[in-house]
Design a binder for this molecule. Structure first.
Ligand code: IYR
Length: 224
């Protein structure tokens, strides 16, 4: 079989309509319990779970199917500490005046600040990179397309897979984040997209009420 050949579109199971409705609701019920976590426990998490979730992320649609992403999985104490120190240095500037007042005000209900102990506590920090160049096959050096969109979708899959496995996540976006290339030993044509903190919530973890307010259907959709 060559890449230009086709295969039958056969992967979808044939549910009854009622079952389809029930499954769609069940998925919504499951995913709506996801909460961004900002207090992690150091309880270990099996590497198998992370590998399966990364494989799930890797099935996301992408521009020209080039799969322009790289997931650097940090487990080493030293690298976590280096990442925390660099991220906190950026965040100190952000909260001390680099961010607009409007931005700081928007974050106030979340209670975020420049102190990020979870970057050392959580068992995994997955640093997600978008590859400006690459292609499908090892050694390819082609233009990649819709890199931000592709990486965003893959990250969504990753978060959903980890949530489904009963793990908590936090999308962390230090600003700027070029320092992540050095910590993760990634080439400069890769652009850091975000850090995904993964683990179990600390027993005392809380969630801001602000984060639990989700827009209703009539505010997020229109039917034409
Ligand atoms: N990167 C900062 C600030 C921050 C920005 C947004 I937009 C958030 O939704 C949350 C935080 C930080 O991590 O604190």
């Amino acid at each position: 079989m060559k890449p230009h050949d086709t295969i039958a579109y056969s992967a979808l199971p044939s549910y009854e309509d009622g079952e389809r409705i029930q499954r769609a609701r069940a998925f919504y019920d499951a995913i709506k319990s996801r909460r961004t976590c900002r207090e992690f426990s150091d309880r270990p998490v099996s590497r198998d779970i992370i590998e399966s979730a990364l494989l799930a992320a890797g099935t996301a649609p992408s521009g020209a199917n080039h799969q322009p992403w790289h997931f650097a999985v940090i487990t080493s104490t030293d690298r976590k500490r280096a990442l925390r120190e660099a991220a906190e240095a950026e965040e100190r500037e952000f909260y001390a005046g680099k961010a607009s007042q409007e931005w700081v005000d928007a974050l106030a209900p979340l209670g975020t600040d420049e102190v990020k102990p979870y970057l050392e506590t959580a068992p995994y920090l997955i640093v997600i990179f978008g590859q400006r160049r690459g292609g499908l096959y090892p050694g390819d050096n082609k233009q990649n397309y819709y890199v931000n969109e592709s990486v965003g979708i893959a990250t969504g899959f990753l978060i959903a897979a980890l949530h489904d496995a009963g793990l908590a996540t936090l999308t962390h976006t230090p600003n700027p984040m070029k320092f992540l290339n050095e910590i993760c030993e990634r080439p400069s044509h890769e652009k850091p997209a975000m850090v995904l903190v993964v683990g179990h919530p600390a027993p005392h973890a809380t969630v801001p009420v602000h984060a639990t307010i989700k827009k209703p259907l009539d505010q997020i959709s229109s039917w034409l």
